[in-house]
Design a protein around this ligand. Structure first.
Ligand code: ADP
Ligand code: MG
Ligand code: MG
Length: 252
């Protein structure tokens, strides 16, 4: 499996430091969850790691199997095996879901190693079945008129098709009803293997009832302030974050 190492990461937006010394190592076979109150830098962390231009990394390092991720262009990060599901997936006009998927997969492959059409279709059919997606979905234009749940399913379909080494999923659960949540979870769980490491960012504990994390981390004020196993998420669900703030002497 692969290893993503985030060391002493500091990230600024418009001169404000949002991430303030973030450390985490994710190995293949591991599912980590990051939880935290709103506005503590969860999405900033995800966007910065994937190379969003609005986020300035002022200090620290991110390495995938020893390679400097921060030196890579965004598409190179994807090619190296990283995947980021966006909190707000955008609409892409005039491209079908199926075309988009095949283009993305081929972009990650060498020129002489493009995925044969039949192989692609077979794989897509299989994964759409895993996600209880209607066949017609693949010929619809990407994200155009997709419901919130459909967008999320589509993101997870991308995950299953691209088979990244490391995935960062930012709030894939937001706005999902219980059935969609189960489907999304089933998709992520089907990826579980030593070749896949995952960072799940979520505001709510609910998702973690279906995708059981190996590690749970709490982020506050731009850094991890507490780590534990799945029982930590349960405690946060029951008691909120105040007890951690008290432990740390954080006021806000
Ligand atoms: P979370 O995902 O944990 O809710 P975010 O990473 O979205 O938190 O936001 C962290 C902080 O950064 C917040 O105080 C937010 O207001 C600020 N922030 C996020 N995006 C921007 C931006 N584009 N410009 C200025 N401030 C931002
Ligand atoms: Mg938020
Ligand atoms: Mg967020």
């Amino acid at each position: 499996g692969s290893t993503l190492k985030i060391k002493d990461l500091h990230v600024e937006i418009e001169g404000n430091e949002i991430i303030k010394g973030f450390n985490l190592e994710i190995n293949g076979g591991e599912i980590h969850a990051i939880m935290g109150p709103n506005g503590t830098g969860k999405s900033t962390l995800a966007s910065a790691i994937m190379g969003h231009p609005s986020y300035e990394i002022t200090k620290g390092s991110v390495e995938l199997d020893g390679e400097d991720v921060l030196e890579m262009e965004v598409d190179e990060r994807a090619r190296a095996g990283m995947f980021l599901a966006m909190q707000y997936p955008s609409e892409v006009t005039g491209v079908t879901t199926s075309d988009f998927l095949r283009t993305s997969m081929n972009a990650n492959r060498e020129e002489g190693d493009q995925i044969p059409l039949m192989k692609f279709i077979k794989k897509m059919d299989k994964q759409m079945e895993t996600l209880d997606m209607d066949e017609a979905f693949s010929t619809r234009y990407l994200n155009e008129g997709f419901s919130g749940g459909e967008k999320k399913r589509n993101e997870i379909l991308q995950l299953l098709m691209l088979e990244p080494k490391i995935a960062i999923l930012d709030e894939v659960d937001s706005g999902l009803d219980i059935d969609a949540l189960k489907v999304v979870s089933k998709g992520v769980n089907s990826m579980r293997s030593d070749d896949f490491g995952c960072l799940i960012i979520t505001h709510y504990q609910r998702l973690l009832n279906y995708i059981e994390p190996d590690y749970v981390h709490v982020i506050m004020q731009g850094r991890i302030v507490k780590s534990g196993d799945a029982s930590l998420a349960q405690r946060l669900e029951n008691e909120g974050y105040d007890w951690i703030k008290e432990e740390l002497g954080i006021e806000d």
